[in-house]
Design a protein around this ligand. Structure first.
Ligand code: UTP
Length: 298
């Protein structure tokens, strides 16, 4: 039997974003821009491309800029219309959500990603759902979540996006313990959150895209504290590895940028800037010039 269609996605955006202080003192991390679009827009576009119809945000204090971003802006729209700036009006369309398609729940305290997802349990109900972390931006020909949904239709069960990382980086990720490697899909026997390099069970790490079953929400009800004293989503998913149909990792096709870190954000800015036809030539020339100057100064 084909698993039930995934039409709901959760966007946990309640974290403190401390790696981007002082900026994140007053700006939500997800509103920071790659070229001219905030991180959250990339995640929403990916979810839309994968057929998601309901968007659930788990927010916290100080994130109201996010809610405003997805609202209509009548004064701005009428000013653009009056001055004939139809191209700009068109770009605003992507930021609008149909009435009722977007919902917000609050996480009162940042108790971890697992806790943030649990906060959305009543809106998710008893059906499979996607989770997208907006600070992971993925450039791909076919949206990463779409690739995962297609794979999930064959496997059922929980699925996490997986990426190869060098051993010394494993302690920053949840790492997959592989039972069976089937190519782009791997069946898991466990997952370890932030292991020491010598304890990492593989070189495949979880990144911020998930398809989860309601069983994970039941596991989160136990509020078990994991690595760093936080309620870890990885632990609640790993609890499902013993049940049928199990838990799967998916080697997606695409380039992931960790925009929650400064270096990842800068790399993404360069990559997305160069990918833009209207910026490529001038920006590319500038980067060449900078590199040449840096070399000459060495
Ligand atoms: P991070 O681990 O990147 O934490 O969270 P953070 O608070 O956003 O950033 P730093 O590490 O302090 O710089 C990964 C994702 O989980 C969400 C975050 O908003 C981010 O999308 N999250 C994390 C929550 O929603 N609630 C939490 O309690 C923790």
């Amino acid at each position: 039997m084909k698993p039930r269609k995934v039409t709901k996605a959760v966007f946990p955006v309640a974290g403190l974003g401390t790696r981007f202080l002082p900026a994140t003192k007053s700006i939500p991390k997800e509103i920071m821009t790659l070229v001219d679009r905030p991180l959250i827009q990339y995640a929403i576009d990916e979810a839309r491309a994968a057929g998601i119809k309901e968007f659930i945000f788990v927010t916290s204090r100080g994130k109201s800029a996010l809610e405003d971003y997805f609202d209509h802006a009548p004064e701005l729209e009428s000013a653009l219309r009056k001055s004939g700036k139809d191209d700009l009006l068109e770009t605003l369309k992507d930021t609008n959500m149909d009435s009722g398609a977007i919902a917000y729940v609050r996480q009162n305290r940042p108790m971890g990603l697992g806790h943030a997802v649990w906060c959305a349990r009543r809106l998710i109900g008893n059906e499979p759902f996607a989770v997208l972390l907006p600070d992971d931006v993925i450039a791909a020909e076919k949206a990463c979540l779409q690739q995962m949904i297609e794979a999930y239709e064959h496997t059922g069960g929980c699925m996490v996006a997986a990426m190869e990382v060098p051993p010394e980086k494993a302690s920053s990720y949840g790492v997959l313990d592989i039972a069976e490697d089937m190519g782009s899909i791997v069946r898991l026997k466990g997952m370890v959150e932030k292991p020491k390099p010598k304890d990492a069970p593989s070189n495949l790490a979880v990144i911020g895209r998930y398809i989860l079953t309601p069983a994970v929400l039941s596991n989160l009800n136990r509020m078990k504290q994991g690595a760093g004293g936080e309620i870890q989503l990885t632990d609640a998913i790993a609890d499902e590895t013993g049940s049928s149909p199990g838990v799967f990792g998916f080697r997606f096709r695409g380039q992931r940028y960790d925009c929650g870190s400064k270096i990842g954000f800068l790399q993404a800015t360069v990559a997305f800037g160069l990918a833009r036809p209207d910026l490529n030539e001038e920006f590319g020339a500038y980067l060449h010039e900078m590199m040449a100057m840096q070399k000459a100064a060495q």
